[in-house]
Design a protein around this ligand. Structure first.
Ligand SMILES: Cc1cc2nc3c(=O)[nH]c(=O)nc-3n(C[C@H](O)[C@H](O)[C@H](O)COP(=O)(O)OP(=O)(O)OC[C@H]3O[C@@H](n4cnc5c(N)ncnc54)[C@H](O)[C@@H]3O)c2cc1C
Length: 382
C-alpha cells in the first residue's frame, strides 16, 4: 500500500463510500477509504433504508428528491452489476392529531412546490392503498408513489466498487485512532495498527464516531449518538407495497422484496453508543405495529438489532472544515435519514472539495448555524 494519498475518507457507510465515489468521479482517483469494520457495518447496514421525499423542510425535501433521482438509476450511475433493490411503492404517512394533520398540509405545499408528486388522502383512500390498515384515531394521510426503500448493502457496495474501479483503495478492519496536523493543516491519519497514511484532505464520515475524531483536532460538533432498534419478520407473500409511517407514534413498517417485514419505533433514549437489542423495544414495537396493521399479528419475528442515529440539534447534517486543521472535513449529523440523502450530500461535498459549483450552498450545513441560533428545523422526523 502507498503511504500518501490525495484524500482519505474515514468510514465505509453509504456516506463515506458515496463521497469517495463522487471525488473519484471528479478526477481525485488517489483516494484511500478506511473503515474500522466491514463496509456497511455501521448505521447503514442496520437501517430501514427508506427513501422519502415527503419532508416538511424545503432543504430535506430537496436533498431527498435529488437523491431519489440517483437511487432510481444507481446501478448505471456507479456501474454496479447487481440490483440495488429499489422498490418505489410509496410512503403512506398517517396523521394521528389535528396539529399533525395541519402540518402535513403545510408539508405538501413545500413538496409540491419542488415538483414532488405527494398528495393528501382521506381515510378511505388510505385504506385503498393499505386495505388492512386500522384507521382508528387517524385524521388522514399523505402519499407519494415515488418514495420507497432500497437495499443498503448493495447501494453502499455500488458506490464502493465504483470508487475502486476509478482507482480508490479501500482498507477495511482498520480503525483510525489519531490525526496529525502541522501548522494548522491536516497531514494524515494514524491507525490502530500503528500505520500512518498521509493526505492533506481528510473527510470524516464516521457517523456517531465523527464528533470524537473531530475532537482530536479541537472541533466540538454537537452531534450525539442515540440507539435505534429494528426487527424483521419471517417472509410471507406480498401484502404491503408501501412504507407506512407515523411521526406521532414514531413508527415505520415496510415489506421488503424478499417478503419479510422490517419495522422500527422511535426510542427517545439518553445519548449512548449502546447497540444492544432490548426486550422493551420488541414489546412496544410489536404492540404499536399490530394495532396499526392487525394482519401482522400472526407473523413471527426472526431477528432484531440496534444501530445508532447521529443526532444533530436540528436533524440536518453538519458539513464543516475544522478551524485548527484545515483540510479536515466532518460530514455527519444525519439523524436517522442519512441513507436517503447520502447521494446528494456526497455530490455537494465533492463539488465543494474539487472547486466545482453547486446550486446548494455548503455553508448552509456549517455548524456555525447553532452558534448563530439559526436552526434549520424539520417538523417531520421519526
Ligand atoms: C435502526 C435504524 C433505522 C434507520 N432507518 C433509516 C431509513 O429508513 N432511511 C434513512 O435514510 N436512514 C435511516 N437510518 C439512518 C441511516 O442509517 C444513517 O443516517 C446513514 O446510514 C449514515 O451513513 P454513514 O455512512 O454516515 O454512517 P455509517 O453507516 O455508520 O458509517 C460510518 C462508518 O464509519 C466507521 N468508523 C467509525 N469510526 C471509525 C474510525 N475511527 N476509523 C474507521 N472507521 C470508522 C464505522 O464502522 C461505520 O461503518 C436508520 C438508522 C438506524 C440505526
Amino acid at each position: 500500500m502507498k503511504k500518501n494519498y490525495e484524500a482519505i475518507v474515514i468510514g465505509g457507510g453509504i456516506v463515506g463510500c458515496a463521497v469517495a465515489f463522487e471525488l473519484a468521479k471528479r478526477g481525485l482517483t488517489d483516494i484511500l477509504l478506511i473503515e474500522k469494520g466491514y463496509l456497511s457495518s455501521g448505521a447503514t447496514g442496520r437501517c430501514g433504508a427508506g427513501i422519502r421525499q415527503q419532508w416538511g423542510s424545503k432543504l430535506n425535501a430537496r436533498l431527498a428528491l435529488e437523491s431519489t433521482h440517483i437511487f432510481e438509476h444507481l446501478e448505471q450511475y456507479t456501474g454496479y452489476g447487481q440490483s440495488c433493490g429499489l422498490q418505489q411503492g410509496g410512503y403512506l404517512l398517517v396523521a394521528y392529531t389535528e396539529k399533525e394533520w395541519a402540518q402535513f398540509q403545510e408539508n405538501l405545499k413545500v413538496q409540491q412546490a419542488l415538483g414532488i408528486d405527494a398528495k393528501a388522502l382521506d381515510l378511505q383512500q388510505a385504506k385503498e392503498i393499505v386495505p388492512f390498515l386500522n384507521t382508528e384515531g387517524m385524521f388522514g394521510a399523505t402519499f407519494c408513489e415515488k418514495d420507497g426503500h432500497a437495499n443498503p448493502f448493495h447501494c453502499t457496495m455500488a458506490y464502493a466498487q465504483g470508487a475502486a474501479r476509478m482507482g480508490a483503495e479501500i482498507l477495511t478492519y482498520t480503525e483510525v485512532t489519531g490525526l496529525r496536523t502541522q501548522s494548522g493543516r491536516i497531514t494524515g491519519v494514524e491507525t490502530a495498527g500503528g500505520d500512518f497514511f498521509g493526505a492533506d484532505l481528510v473527510i470524516n464520515c464516521a457517523n456517531v464516531r465523527a464528533p470524537g475524531l473531530a475532537k482530536l483536532v479541537g472541533e466540538d460538533i454537537p452531534v450525539v449518538s442515540e440507539r435505534h432498534q429494528a426487527l424483521v419478520t419471517e417472509p410471507v407473500a406480498p401484502l404491503l407495497r408501501s412504507m407506512v409511517m407515523s411521526f406521532h407514534r414514531s413508527f415505520y413498517v415496510q415489506q421488503t422484496p424478499h417478503g419479510s417485514f422490517v419495522m422500527g419505533i422511535g426510542p427517545h433514549e439518553e445519548p449512548s453508543f449502546n447497540t444492544r437489542s432490548s426486550w422493551k423495544f420488541l414489546e412496544k414495537n410489536c404492540a404499536v405495529i399490530c394495532e396499526t396493521l392487525p394482519l401482522l399479528r400472526k407473523l413471527n419475528v426472526v431477528r432484531q438489532w440496534a444501530g445508532s442515529y447521529d443526532l444533530s440539534p436540528d436533524h440536518i447534517p453538519v458539513i464543516d472544515e475544522a478551524k485548527r486543521a484545515k483540510g479536515f472535513y466532518s460530514v455527519c449529523g444525519f439523524s436517522g435519514h442519512g441513507f436517503m440523502v447520502a447521494p446528494r450530500i456526497a455530490i455537494l461535498v465533492a463539488n465543494h472539495l474539487t472547486g466545482q459549483t453547486d446550486d446548494l450552498d455548503i455553508r448552509t450545513f456549517s455548524q456555525e448555524r447553532y452558534q448563530k441560533g439559526v436552526f434549520l428545523l424539520e417538523p417531520s422526523v421519526v
